[in-house]
Design a protein around this ligand. Structure first.
Ligand code: SF4
Length: 260
């Protein structure tokens, strides 16, 4: 479900560049009550349906203007057959901490190695601020937190120089930040781009330092014939193995939902 399309952050690798048409502005949808009402038709008896609201925007980045995320959290907190999940690179979580989510919401924070966040994520909260926001979301209410189920989305993973050290350091910082029991999941997404997104990103950020060299990548086709450039299979295997191993060492009880 899209609460908005477009994002106020300026990540130089942003996948929205290839998926949204037109100028890079944010369009927030005002018919939220109607959208929430519509979700009921997708719920199925005896099954849990999860609604994702972060595919085309950073919902927390615009929350101070829309209040839409809080409205969704309140709504899904009342549903038995449906859950909500969102992901953000922002840190202003205070307004979410007291909401009646009833354990029906997974709040995820998007993280990356410090050199990637510093170099390529223009308008987002700092890595440390995001880690602290995740802690606030996960801490139980009696300790001043939101008591949310939480998640770490490590994306987009890039084999930058000394990548093992940088990503180990990130996971160490995450483990130090979440030094209490919480319901945590992980998602790992390697960097990819399409011919369309490369074209748009190079227009938006002509001086960017992001590696978009097709000749070093493998091609992946989707079911509609579109092409994505991903890392070579051997590099993917190395990266995947590294992340699963390092994650399990630090967070043995937190499932990895997927690698892509
Ligand atoms: S925060 Fe996400 S949606 Fe926003 S610019 Fe960065 S990658 Fe794109």
């Amino acid at each position: 479900m899209n609460l908005a399309e477009g994002c106020p952050a300026h990540c130089q690798y942003c996948y929205l560049a290839g998926s949204l048409q037109g100028p890079p502005v944010v369009r927030a949808y005002a018919n939220l009550p109607q959208m929430l009402q519509n979700t009921a038709q997708y719920e199925q008896a005896g099954k849990l349906t999860t609604f994702e609201v972060s595919c085309y925007t950073d919902v927390l980045g615009i929350e101070h203007l829309t209040g839409s995320l809080a409205e969704c959290i309140r709504y899904f907190g009342t549903r038995e057959g449906a859950q909500l999940r969102f992901v953000t690179k922002y840190d202003q979580v205070e307004s979410l901490l007291d909401l009646p989510h009833n354990g029906q919401v997974r709040a995820r924070i998007s993280l990356n190695a410090e050199p990637v966040t510093r170099r390529l994520e223009g308008g987002t909260a700092s890595l440390e601020a995001r880690l602290q926001a995740l802690r606030q979301l996960a801490l139980p209410p009696e300790q001043g937190g939101g008591g949310y189920r939480v998640g770490a989305v490590v994306a987009p993973i890039m084999p930058i120089p000394d990548w093992r050290d940088h990503y180990r350091h990130l996971l160490d910082r995450l483990a130090a930040t979440l030094d209490f029991d919480c319901d945590l999941t992980a998602e790992f997404i390697s960097h990819r781009f399409t011919p369309g997104s490369k074209d748009v990103l190079q227009q938006w950020y002509p001086n960017m330092s992001l590696d978009l060299d097709e000749s070093t990548r493998a091609q992946k086709r989707n079911k509609f014939g579109g092409v994505k450039y991903v890392y070579q299979p051997e590099d993917m295997r190395t990266l995947k193995q590294f992340f699963y191993q390092e994650w399990q060492q630090r967070f043995p009880h937190a499932p990895v939902l997927y690698w892509t």
